[in-house]
Design a protein around this ligand. Structure first.
Ligand code: SF4
Ligand code: SF4
Length: 99
């Protein structure tokens, strides 16, 4: 089963000019958001992206941009409690354990 996350809040972008079609982002994505089409990574549906940042961190061509951490549970709760936009502030730094 696949779950949708933050509707219309997804920051995921793939630069088709940089993508080499290696497929690593497909392997590491926990929600099957991406696929390879005609030798390039393509987004199937942004609503399934939880902005974990795994694809960006593992892309050897630096072809992916995403505001990682924005979709994580910690960030969502932070946003609800503070009344501000969802953000955990880690920007993909997994050493803190929140993403
Ligand atoms: S990991 Fe990067 S270079 Fe490889 S397919 Fe995905 S976007 Fe393209
Ligand atoms: S940020 Fe995470 S959920 Fe979104 S496409 Fe990348 S690996 Fe998949």
């Amino acid at each position: 089963m696949r779950y949708a996350y933050l509707k219309n809040g997804e920051s995921l972008v793939i630069d088709g000019n940089k993508c080499t079609g290696c497929g690593i982002c497909i392997d590491v994505c926990p929600h099957s958001v991406l696929e390879i089409t005609e030798g390039k990574a393509m987004i199937i549906d942004k609503n399934y992206c939880m902005e974990c940042g795994a694809c960006r961190l593992n892309c050897p061509a630096d072809a992916i941009a995403v505001n990682s951490g924005v979709g994580c549970a910690y960030a969502v709760l932070n946003g609800i409690i503070s009344g501000k936009n969802a953000s955990c502030g880690c920007d993909g730094d997994t050493s803190g354990g929140c993403c």
